[in-house]
Design a protein around this ligand. Structure first.
Ligand code: FAD
Length: 317
């Protein structure tokens, strides 16, 4: 069953999580080792992130620098197919605009369709590290809404080549990203929600949010989305804080705030173990409140570590 069908038909709050492909050279066993402890909570679906190329400079003869593109975490599509095959669980590959032209996107969607993967999370992608702002690929999409439109076209059997006749339509369930604390480039929340509405109007089926630590911000976001006419399921994304480094890294990387009540507790910690304990308790409290509010699903960002999520899930699901 596709993700949107699960979200629409559930009476209880579903459990789902996100994984990162392993670093190039590592075995897929690390993925299975992250999934196995979470299977008992019956994940409704598993997302796999997409990581575009990065550029590095290698020193060559006579002081020349060679610019080399490398993908550190390839394998999103293969991992999705392998998980589906091994566990019979729906997988959701993240599909991004950055680094793809429209034909490459179409071919990626055809691969997914042939593999029996009927879900995508359609995203723009962040600017690459050496760029100050997002630059679309030549012949690629500038915004996630344009990617949504391409997937919707394929769902209608419309391919880029107009000469293709009687094409078999695909049946992708399409998720998109939403930001309870605003996307960092958006001028204000109202404008950001207007953009989100454009993605839904274009045919996206549901929203998964950026991670957040203050449920009030999520509830307000949902309220504002509903007022703006967004009536699709909105899935909250949660990430337990697990290390001292996270205290500054998460706000910086994800453009989110940590509530003062949480930082007051974190300030007392002197080890990762102490932080991990606080982070876990905070995520349990957040999850329980979201579940009581009747959210269709809670989506956990594991970032490759499932032990905290397992402990949280055991208290919530
Ligand atoms: P968009 O919806 O295109 O929005 C980007 C910005 O442009 C926003 O500020 C929006 O308000 C604005 N905007 C939209 N349309 C227009 C328009 N027509 N005119 C002017 N402004 C407009 N990144 C990855 O690289 N790989 C991943 O696997 C990945 N997974 C993610 C999963 C989730 C749940 C989330 C929340 C984010 C994820 N990201 C991932 C990060 C995401 O790619 C970045 O946040 C990116 O900067 C924005 O993506 P988007 O799909 O929200 O973009």
């Amino acid at each position: 069953m596709r993700v949107i069908d699960k979200l629409k038909s559930t009476k209880d709050t579903l459990f789902s999580f996100e994984l990162l492909p392993p670093l190039k050279g590592k075995s897929i066993d690390s993925i299975y080792a992250g999934i196995d402890p979470l299977i008992e909570f019956k994940p409704a679906f598993i997302n796999v992130t997409y990581h575009r190329e990065e550029f590095i400079y290698k020193k060559r003869e006579k002081g020349y620098l060679e610019k080399i593109a490398i993908k550190k975490r390839p394998g999103t599509v293969g991992i999705c197919a392998a998980i589906k095959n091994r566990y019979n669980i729906e997988t959701v590959p993240h599909l991004i605009c950055g680094g793809f032209n429209k034909e490459e996107t179409e071919n990626a969607l055809i691969d997914l369709n042939f593999l029996g993967i009927d879900n995508v999370l359609a995203l723009r992608g962040d600017p690459i590290k050496t760029e100050s702002h997002f630059v679309p690929e030549e012949g690629g999409h500038r915004y996630a809404v344009d990617l949504v439109k391409q997937v919707v076209d394929l769902n209608k059997g419309i391919y880029m080549d107009e000469n293709i006749e009687n094409a078999t339509p695909t049946n992708f369930s399409i998720g998109v990203a939403g930001y309870p604390e605003k996307h960092f480039e958006a001028p204000n929340m109202t404008a950001d929600i207007k953009r989100l509405k454009e993605k839904i109007d274009a045919g996206a089926d549901y929203v998964v949010t950026q991670l957040f630590f203050d449920n009030e911000k999520f509830f307000k976001f949902v309220e504002d989305c509903r007022k703006a006419g967004i009536d699709v399921p909105i899935v909250p994304g949660l990430k337990p804080i697990e290390s001292l480094r996270h205290i500054s890294f998460l706000p910086k990387f994800f453009n989110i705030d940590l509530p003062p009540a949480l930082t007051d507790e974190l300030e007392k910690c002197s080890s990762n173990e102490e932080v991990r304990e606080i982070g876990k308790e905070w995520a349990i409290a957040q999850s329980k409140e979201l579940k009581a509010a009747g959210v269709p699903c809670i989506h956990y960002y594991t970032m490759g570590r499932s032990s905290s999520v397992k402990e949280i899930a055991s208290k919530v699901f």
